[in-house]
Design a protein around this ligand. Structure first.
Ligand code: MN
Length: 394
């Protein structure tokens, strides 16, 4: 009988980027995207007869999620446990409190003592009995500086070797506790040097381990979180970042988002990536210098994309004196984008852009208000008051 585990991470429930504040529900519209992806994930786990779901950290986007955000995760836990699917979770950097003993957004769920919910707030190990055999999960949450001393380390956090040694010492004490005849998995939230080396920026003192440090006997699979792009860091045993389940920004426009379904059948480990219904992000760049009808030019180009329901960024370069491309004139010409962002670059005579955006003081205020979901519903009133104020001060 095969044992099946669904690996996910970086859910970032409560990430509000590219959403709008919905005054009726008092939530950001992106929360519905996160709920949608999680519902899809629960349905997938049930349809694929998963025994367990492993969440490798960053369930929430912040350490203090709102009640509506907590409800999205509660619904996920409820639908899995109702289908007898276990959930293993560790905290990522977004939700792990830096002070020992302080409650995380996951603490209260753990306190409920649900039979199917297994939280590892600190490095630890949990074993459950399943019809297909014993499943043992070692969890190492996002490592904190204060934990270095717990394993007798005083190294420099900017030195990757310090973090690698930290992970190694944690595994030295945890691995011998793995029960015999169990299928063992490691889950953690951190960089791996194999992946960090491919990044255009350094890991800046963040926790990092070598894949070879993680790839210990008897681990059959290593479920990682922190990198939002689905990435295979090591082949045997598989060390994989599932990546997030929804897109967060334009750097992920071309990434496939999804989860990893792992199957342990006897001595064999097989896995496959399954896509989630992530929000589409579309970025269109155009040089419209000297074009008399920028709205028409952009809407014509946009017609070759599926704009409906997408987060759309239009980046145009215009010449000084061109009729400025404005989002409010463009929006009605587009097929119902979920979010529209227009970025104008104005070129000088020699064609070199000298300014990213052109703002009047009130225009700048409007931009500021629209970026804040709490302020956005009161935009008109705030702008009216600001205009009065501007008049008064002359
Ligand atoms: Mn993270």
């Amino acid at each position: 009988m095969a044992l099946r585990v669904l690996h996910t991470a970086d859910l970032h429930i409560g990430d509000r980027r590219f959403g709008r504040f919905d005054p009726a529900l008092a939530v950001n519209t992106r929360l519905a995207d996160q709920r949608n992806c999680l519902r899809h994930l629960a349905e997938l786990a049930i349809a694929e007869h998963a025994d367990a779901v492993v969440i490798a950290g960053d369930i929430y986007h912040s350490k203090s999620p709102t009640p509506a955000e907590e409800d999205v995760f509660a619904e996920f836990i409820a639908s899995l446990s109702a289908s007898d699917i276990h959930i293993f979770a560790i905290a990522g950097n977004h939700e792990r409190p830096t002070a020992r003993g302080r409650a995380s957004p996951l603490t209260h769920i753990d306190t409920l003592g649900l039979r199917h919910f297994h939280l590892m707030t600190d490095p630890g190990l949990k074993t459950i009995e399943l019809p297909a055999g014993k499943l043992c999960v070692i969890g190492i949450p996002w490592p904190l500086r204060r934990e270095l001393a717990e394993v007798g380390l005083e190294g420099e956090v900017s030195d990757p070797a310090t973090w690698d040694e930290y992970i190694s010492r944690r595994l030295d004490s945890l691995v011998p506790q793995i029960p015999t005849n169990s299928t063992a998995i490691l889950t953690s939230h951190l960089w791996t040097s194999e992946v960090a080396g491919r990044q255009p920026y350094s890991v800046r003192g963040e926790p990092v381990a070598r894949a070879s440090t993680l790839a210990r006997e008897p681990f059959r699979y290593i479920a990682l979180g922190h990198i939002h792009k689905n990435t295979v860091a090591w082949n045997s045993p598989p060390i994989i970042y599932s990546g997030g389940i929804d897109r967060g920004d334009f750097t992920e426009a071309d990434h496939k988002k999804g989860v990893v379904l792992v199957e342990f059948d006897g001595a064999a480990t097989a896995w496959r990536f399954i896509e989630t219904p992530a929000r589409q992000f579309i970025s269109i760049e155009m040089d419209l210098s000297g074009f008399p009808q920028p709205v028409e030019s952009v809407s014509e180009r946009a017609s070759s994309y599926t704009i409906a329901g997408a987060v759309v960024r239009i980046e145009v370069t215009q010449a000084k004196g061109d009729p400025p491309l404005e989002a409010r004139s463009l929006r009605p010409k587009l097929d119902n984008p979920f979010f529209l962002q227009v970025v104008r670059k104005v070129g000088s005579k020699d064609g070199m852009p000298f300014s990213e955006r052109v703002f009047t003081p009130l225009g700048a205020l409007e931009e500021f208000i629209m970026r804040d979901p709490e302020l956005a519903p009161f935009k008109d009133k705030l702008l009216e008051l600001a205009a009065k104020l501007a008049e008064e001060v002359g």
